[in-house]
Design a protein around this ligand. Sequence first.
Ligand code: 57M
Length: 360
Amino acid sequence: MLYNLLYPLKTYFPPLNVLRYITFRSICAIITAFLICIIIGPKIIKWLEKNQVKQIIREDGPETHFKKKGTPTMGGILILISLSISTILWSDMTNKYVYITLFSTLSLGLLGFIDDYTKVKDRSSKGISGKTKILVQIFVGFIVGYLMYLDPNFKTGFAVPFFKFVEKYWSLGFMIIPFVILVIMASSNAVNLTDGLDGLAIGPVMTTSSVYIIFAYAAGNVKIANYLQIPYVPGVGELAVFCSAILGASLGFLWFNAYPALVFMGDTGSLALGGAIATVALLSKHPFLLILAGGVFVAEALSVIIQVISFKITGKRVFRMAPMHHHFEKKGEFETRIVIRFWIISVILALLTIATLKLR
Ligand code: 57M
């Protein structure tokens, strides 16, 4: 918005020319989202405590979690407020991709909010039914997929890692819609599953959004896209500002979610952030790399799938408890050590993902 309001005034005040640069606005978006989080965080946490928005701790989980009883949840509100304000302030608000991404983030955030609210109200860990959750995720994915289907920039397929992108190389046609639904659902639920230890989900969210700052910027810049032989999507560079806002909001949230957490993000945060990252990955035409960049989320989700299948077929568990972070907890590992090791893996995966830009 500041770009739309102030950039035209550059003739009267030349320093405003700096707003032209996505890089400059991205840095501003990180700092703004972070500061909003830090400033409103304590107030929101107090408000959640006052209104008894407290986490119900399951009794069948690791014992180390019992002491977390009463920790406020729905801290995703904090993430969504700071992320949205920062995006609105620093991105070009005439850009359609910014609206599509905000739509998927906020609608999944609303779904998570209703789920969290139901859990808190009913004082149970159940929330809204799994079916309703899936239907809403399909709906959000459908809207995003349909908008991409109508967009001439998406007539060609997505980039395939390790291959040079060739226009008209392949196309998904209307199948782009189910594909988008699948990616959004998978990412949203995988981040949700990962969010089970202090700081565990927000760390990989930061590394993955950092990766997509680079990919969105590169895909939106004709010279860089051609040089790297990746798909060029005019206008998608603005999503670097959006990803920067995610990074800033996540840093701010981690301030309060660091062990021992003062607040959990709840489904309000986890479903929204998973959806946000997926939407950016799709719009910047690099959804397959999400498997590598978000490898921690993938591993957590896979551990659940393996555990459930193995238990159904053989009656035996592969992990002491799934998702995977519970397995390490059950083995007696410290929570902070598990979290920091998962962060380290996320950083390495992010670097590998960036390296693929040169490996094709
Ligand atoms: C999210 N939610 C946390 C918090 C957070 C299919 C099955 C694998 C599903 C899975 C599940 O329910 N996952 C959903 C996990 C919960 O955190 C809340 O949920 C939000 C995210 N949606 O923001 O509001 C607990 O996680 C801990 N936590 C922290 N710090 C944080 O910053 O410590 C969260 C955030 C919090 C807190 O203790 O209460 C959760 O784990 O419930 N189910 C499971 O994960 C269960 N696993 C299981 O049943 N495994 C089985 C089968 C089905 C695979 C098996 O291994 O045999 C376990 N979860 C728990 N207890 N809590 C089982 C035991």
